[in-house]
Design a binder for this molecule. Structure first.
Ligand SMILES: NC(=O)c1ccc[n+]([C@@H]2O[C@H](COP(=O)([O-])OP(=O)(O)OC[C@H]3O[C@@H](n4cnc5c(N)ncnc54)[C@H](OP(=O)(O)O)[C@@H]3O)[C@@H](O)[C@H]2O)c1
Length: 249
């Protein structure tokens, strides 16, 4: 389990572990660096399935592309060398949309990662998840200056990281999974709607009470206008943002 200390990876780890699987938690914290390759062969040797839930939080197209492609090449090549049975990689629905990738380099980097998994020698499934509710606080944090928050307009079908982790764990446990699996939330909303609900329900968002809260399409029209919305999905997770906020507190 690569990225086992992360938001999603820790939940996938717990789920697989609870289902009785022997799971090796791997990240730099456990001495495995997927970027440099250090410890990767030892971590992958003997694994039936390898799950990649790695991440680098950056707005830089160059840094994100370097990170995701280098890690994916190291993992797929090593998996073939040591005889791993299957690979599962977590990505984002719509990241491969050319307009979305042109406007937001992180998505182009995720699309490049997906392509490396799709052409791996070892059979691979890319789980394409929509955005998680947890992302909204991150977005607010990054888009705020003092009392002003200017959110990137994104049309989303969000779900919780818990639900996304359950879908990834199911894929890891299912030897018949195909090359892609799509998971989405049932309700569609804009970044601004989601931030407003969290603010209403909690009184603050990411520790802030913005006096000005707006959204602008600065990540491009595709991301604002529906490129991140799957028309068909393997799993549609019920429940919207209000249910999630109320269940969490
Ligand atoms: N947020 C969303 O709405 C959303 C939606 C769909 C898909 N996704 C995708 O889900 C994935 C996981 O995201 P997340 O938010 O759960 O990530 P996260 O919390 O930032 O966790 C990232 C993990 O990667 C590990 N890591 C980073 N660099 C590493 C390296 N060089 N070698 C080994 N491990 C490394 C980190 O552990 P160490 O620091 O210990 O190395 C950590 O365990 C991402 O690929 C993201 O694109 C996110």
């Amino acid at each position: 389990m690569l990225g086992a200390t992360g938001l999603l990876g820790s939940k996938i780890y717990d789920r697989l572990h609870r289902n009785g699987h022997e799971v090796l938690p791997a990240s730099r914290a456990t001495g495995v660096d997927a970027y440099s390759g250090q410890g990767v062969a030892a971590a992958l040797t003997g694994a039936d399935v390898v799950v990649d839930a790695l991440d680098m939080k950056t707005m830089s197209r160059r840094r994100a592309t370097d990170f995701f492609t280098t890690c994916a090449k190291n993992i797929t090549a090593t998996a073939a060398e040591v005889g791993v049975g299957r690979l599962v990689c977590v990505s984002i629905y719509g990241a491969d949309d050319p307009d979305a990738g042109r406007a937001y380099g992180y998505y182009a980097a995720k699309a490049a990662q997906e392509r490396i998994y799709a052409s791996a020698q070892v059979p691979a499934t890319v789980v394409l998840s929509t955005q998680w509710f947890e992302l909204i606080e991150d977005v607010v944090r990054r888009a705020s200056l003092g009392p002003v928050t200017l959110l990137p307009a994104m049309r989303m079908a969000p779900l919780s990281a818990d639900a996304a982790a359950a879908a990834v764990a199911d894929v890891a446990m299912n030897p018949h999974s195909g090359p892609t699996v799509v998971v989405r939330g049932a309700e569609e909303a804009d970044t601004l709607d989601l931030a407003r609900v969290i603010l209403q329900e909690r009184g603050s968002i990411a520790g802030r009470r913005p006096r000005v809260l707006r959204q602008l399409p600065y990540l491009g029209r595709a991301i604002a206008g529906g490129a991140l919305l799957p028309q068909e999905a393997d799993t549609v997770v019920p429940g919207g943002i209000r249910d999630w906020v109320r269940a969490a507190h």
